[in-house]
Design a protein around this ligand. Structure first.
Ligand code: MLC
Ligand code: AMP
Length: 494
């Protein structure tokens, strides 16, 4: 069979005439597949009408809603590259993404001004109202880009991750099969839809399987307990979802009686959470491992043993190796090395950054994830650390370098170190340790005001501390491990 637009044809087109529910909304209403696709077809007309052509980037920083998700469908259908942005990003952060991506259109909740055409979602909905409810899908090949997702890094500027139709489709196909999703499934969707997890893992899988989603604006424990869990068959979440559920005495085995699968990812799930969850509900959480650049790489098995503290096996047709970080030769089982991945899931490179792209791929095509792991005697992958300075807080990535660059620029700051320390709710939380210039004091309030302007809230250090000096090794490198040790109990109730 030849496809004119493989992603649209597989995920969306089969549902065009289906009046079955696609999104169940918290107010009790639901939106059918057909209604959803008619709305997205109208958006696609609008995009064409304003002159967008295949390959143009469309950026969206909008509150989660069915209409926000329809923007994604419309981009795929019109051959455009969807660029979703965290709603927490500041205007400064947004300007960078717009300039770097060369987006032609930015869609936001409120009126804004940036270096491209800017529309509110509301105005777009109104303007699209009179357009036809069907749209002739724009042809795309499997290697054409479907999405551009920005990810920061340990050095330099945020990078646009180029994801092709094939990257997204192959992963959705693998996951539907591996996790046994069908049109009977009802997924609790409480994740944001501007990241790989909520947008591609959750929505692409459910679209391909033909099931429906309980589409919540955000994670809310009461909605989850009163509506989500009793009505659903499965949930995807970050570990914080699971620890919050366990902390709630209303969460019980009875409540989960229709659930067949709980999936966790984006951050390490503590073995303790896995065990407590099984004791409370009888369900073993299925943990999987992925990243923006690769979508999902490995997963614990659906039928076999789900081992706590591991991320399971490579998904079908995806190769994983644990390699020597210098030579990239595979290491024997049990040895810790660099986790590297190859397959149709792996992205096409960083947008307009060929050197950065080259640095992160091996000559034989394996992508270097920056995660460290080992494969145990039974073939399960364990993630044991990161070869990159990264904090994962409630499933959001915080790159210390980005925060340190802002802090180091502030008056009277000689240097700074941002570290992640254990946090009972978020897994890890960021704190900043600052050193003042000689004989100066740092104005912490002024720093907070600057952070508010330049960085999304979730990236802000939870605490700013001043110290006389930072610990360094003989090479002069800041020993963040010592700082982490010193402050490790700050958020833990002893
Ligand atoms: C919110 N805040 C956070 C935060 N989330 N701070 C640090 N880390 C976080 N994750 C801050 C807000 O800025 C705000 O600060 C305050 O906490 C309350 O905000 P909120 O929106 O009410 O928070 P809450 O609803 O409790 O959100 C927590 C959460 C949410 C865990 C439900 O962060 C979440 O949905 N996380 C999922 C992230 C995700 O989808 N990751 C996948 C990435 S893809 P203030 O100061 O204003 O009060 C990926 C690949 C893969 O990693 O493998 O999946
Ligand atoms: P992102 O850049 O937001 O896509 O985040 C990807 C990173 O999240 C990976 O490189 C891992 O470090 C981390 N990650 C994702 N899933 C897991 C998991 N199950 N366990 C531990 N870390 C994870």
């Amino acid at each position: 069979m030849t496809f004119s637009n493989p992603l649209y044809d597989a995920l969306f087109a089969p549902h065009i005439d289906q009046c079955t529910p696609f999104l169940h909304l918290p107010d009790g209403n639901s939106l059918s597949h057909k209604d959803f696709l008619e709305l997205s077809a109208q958006f696609a007309h609008y995009f064409c009408e304003i002159g967008l052509v295949a390959g143009d980037r469309v950026a969206a920083q909008v509150t989660k809603s069915p209409e926000a998700l329809a923007l994604y469908a419309a981009c795929v259908q019109a051959g455009l590259v969807f660029l979703p942005l965290n709603t927490a990003y500041t205007s400064d952060e947004l300007s960078y993404f717009i300039a770097d991506s060369g987006a032609k259109l930015l869609i936001t909740d409120h009126e804004s001004q940036h270096d491209c055409r800017c529309e509110t979602l509301e105005s777009l909905i109104q303007a699209s109202n009179d357009y036809p409810i069907s749209f002739e899908t724009v042809a795309r090949s499997e290697d054409d880009l479907a999405a551009l997702l920005y990810t920061s890094g340990t050095t330099g500027r945020a990078k646009g991750v180029m994801l092709s139709q094939k990257n997204l489709l192959s992963n959705a196909q693998a996951l539907v099969k591996y996790w046994q999703f069908t049109e009977q499934d009802v997924l609790i969707h409480a994740l944001p839809i501007f990241h790989t997890h909520g947008l591609f893992v959750a929505c692409n899988v459910m679209l391909l399987a033909g099931g429906s989603m309980i589409f919540m604006p955000k994670f809310d424990i009461d909605t989850l307990i009163n509506i989500g869990i009793p009505e659903a068959t499965c949930m995807m979440g970050v570990p914080t979802f699971y620890t919050r559920l366990l902390a709630d005495s209303r969460f019980s085995k009875e409540l989960c009686q229709h659930i067949r699968l709980f999936i966790s990812g984006s951050a390490p799930l503590l073995s303790q959470t896995h065990t407590e969850f099984e004791q409370r509900t009888g369900h073993r959480i299925l943990e999987r491992y992925g990243m923006t650049e690769t979508s999902m790489n490995t997963s614990n098995p659906y039928d076999g043993e789900r081992r706590a503290g591991t991320v399971g096996f490579p998904l079908p047709d995806i190769e994983i190796r644990v390699a020597d970080p210098e030579t990239h030769a595979s290491l024997p089982n049990g040895e810790i090395g660099s986790i590297e991945v190859r397959g149709d899931n792996v992205f096409q490179g960083y947008w307009q950054m060929p050197e950065k792209t080259a640095e992160e791929f091996c000559a034989d095509g394996f992508f270097i994830t920056g995660d460290l792991g080992l494969i145990d005697e039974r073939g399960y992958l364990h993630i044991v650390g990161r070869n990159k300075d990264l904090i994962i807080s409630g499933g959001y990535n915080i790159y210390p370098k980005e925060i340190e660059t802002v802090l180091d620029d502030q008056p009277n700051v000689a240097e700074s170190a941002v570290i992640g320390i254990p946090h009972p709710d978020l897994g890890e939380a960021a704190i900043a340790v600052l050193v003042a210039q000689p004989n100066e004091t740092i104005d912490l309030e002024a720093i907070t005001a600057t952070l508010n302007k330049s960085l999304a809230r979730y990236k802000h250090p939870r605490t700013l501390l001043t110290v006389a000096s930072l610990p360094r090794n003989s090479m002069g490198k800041v020993q963040k491990n010592l700082l982490r040790q010193e402050y490790q109990d700050m958020f833990i109730e002893l």
